[in-house]
Design a protein around this ligand. Structure first.
Ligand SMILES: Cc1ncc(COP(=O)(O)O)c(C=O)c1O
Length: 299
């Protein structure tokens, strides 16, 4: 596969209030966001021309920024509009959308209160995070642990929290796996490097309590879908010793969508009825008009 670097593409990127040519959307190397990870981002997907759960993503972008001590200098409505503008300007119908906000170059030290806050929004085609989805993916166990919420702003989609995600995913890929399952600092099952995890135990859908990692928008959508389908949903502490007893495992996230898992470090699973049912309805729901999505879950 030929990789085209992201800075060597054409299109439009929304940058600090206006669309700019893709190649001009640059920042200075002396940016606080780059050196001190004072950056937060979102990951969204547009389906059939609509960004799925756009408002929820934009609201999380604002919450993530506040958790890092800064305010996005726009309104939620302006960012929603900017996301829509970006997909329209790039002629996208099914696409990934990436808003990002960071502290600028005014101060290069740990403290950087007067920094200008920059916001950019880009979009690109990203068909599926994992090829051949229904075959299921193979996860290794990560060595890095999701940190205690007093150790890092774990509810934020903060760039710095992805440091251990990248290390874990690289280590897993080096061993031939596609991703890694991360435990938290207590040794409980947490999530994958960029997606939440669900298990089927005795016909029920179980997922860890998101008290030190992202409570994903897809995670909540999948729980709503399961309840609509009369599948019992249980949020609880899940220990790695329980994994052999699970009958189905799946990752869920904006990027991963609903991705069946066929192995966790030597334990084998076969995607079956519940995975297929959740995946099928998820694929239908994301393609609905935003108002129809609301109605779908209102009853
Ligand atoms: C670390 C991590 N956890 C969970 C998720 C799932 O979040 P969402 O469903 O809101 O995309 C993501 C992003 O997709 C993520 O990067």
């Amino acid at each position: 596969m030929t990789l085209i670097p992201f800075d060597d593409r054409d299109g439009q990127i929304w940058y600090d209030g206006a669309l700019r040519p893709w190649r001009d959307a640059k920042l200075h190397v002396l940016s606080h966001g780059l050196h001190y990870a004072s950056a937060i981002f979102e990951g969204e997907r547009a389906y059939a021309g609509h960004i799925f759960k756009l408002r929820a993503h934009t609201e999380r972008l604002f919450r993530s920024a506040r958790l890092l001590g800064f305010e996005i200098p726009y309104t939620v409505e302006e960012i929603d509009d900017a996301c829509r503008q970006v997909i329209a300007a790039n002629g996208m119908v099914d696409a990934y959308v990436r808003p990002v906000a960071w502290r600028g170059s005014e101060m290069m030290a740990v403290a950087a209160q007067p920094s200008k806050i920059h916001v950019a929004i880009a979009t690109w085609a990203w068909p599926a995070m994992f090829a051949d989805r229904m075959a299921g993916i193979r996860l290794d166990m990560a060595e890095w642990k999701r940190p205690h919420p007093e150790t890092a702003p774990t509810a934020s989609k903060a760039a710095g929290l992805y440091m251990i995600g990248t290390l874990s995913k690289h280590a897993a890929e080096a061993k031939g796996f596609q991703d890694a399952l991360m435990l938290d600092w207590r040794g409980r099952v947490a999530e994958a490097t960029g997606a939440n995890v669900f298990f089927v135990f005795d016909g029920e859908l179980h997922t860890p309590v998101p008290d030190c990692f992202l409570d994903g928008i897809t995670r909540r959508t999948v729980m709503d879908i399961a309840r609509r389908q009369q599948i019992k949903v249980v949020e609880r502490a899940i220990m790695p010793e329980e994994l052999p007893r699970a009958s189905e495992v799946m990752l869920v996230g904006t990027g991963a969508e609903v991705t069946p898992v066929r192995e966790i470090a030597g334990l084998h699973y076969t995607p079956a009825r519940i995975t297929a049912a959740l995946l099928t309805e998820y694929e239908q729901v994301v393609r609905m008009e935003p108002a129809a999505v609301e109605r779908h879950f209102a009853v």
